[in-house]
Design a protein around this ligand. Structure first.
Ligand SMILES: [Cu+2]
Length: 128
């Protein structure tokens, strides 16, 4: 086929547009399937506590914690599962984990936030 530069440009744009569309659909489908199998738990913080301060999870069930702060920047650190997130005012911080062991595990604030910082903690209880 003897393509003019204009035709070639139109064809290129069409190919790029299709690729973008396919990519977008792929991302949406991945997000949807992730939504259906992950349990989402919202956790809000303020000086110097987490709410809820005790989170019950089931072993093997993937979970997303959606962390927010009502006042200043906080940390979320769950060392037993190597999970960490900075909680920034005005944003939702997502951390993911799949609990692979049963027990009670402490999470704590690892960003200095004031006088009660050292006591700012909560626990995750994983059951079978
Ligand atoms: Cu703190």
């Amino acid at each position: 086929m003897n393509w003019t530069p204009t035709r070639r440009r139109v064809a290129t744009v069409a190919v790029l547009a299709s690729l973008t569309l396919i990519g977008t659909l792929g991302v949406q489908m991945a997000a949807r399937s992730a939504d259906t199998k992950e349990q989402v738990i919202k956790v809000s913080t303020k000086r110097f506590s987490y709410s809820p301060s005790e989170i019950r999870l089931k072993k093997g069930v993937p979970v997303v914690l959606e962390l927010t702060t009502e006042d200043i920047m906080m940390g979320f650190n769950l060392p037993d599962f190597k999970v960490h997130g900075d909680i920034v005012p005005g944003k939702v911080t997502q951390v993911r984990l799949v609990p692979d062991k049963v027990g009670t595990f402490v999470f704590l604030c690892d960003i200095f936030c004031g006088a009660g910082h050292e006591e700012m903690s909560g626990k995750i209880v994983v059951v079978d």
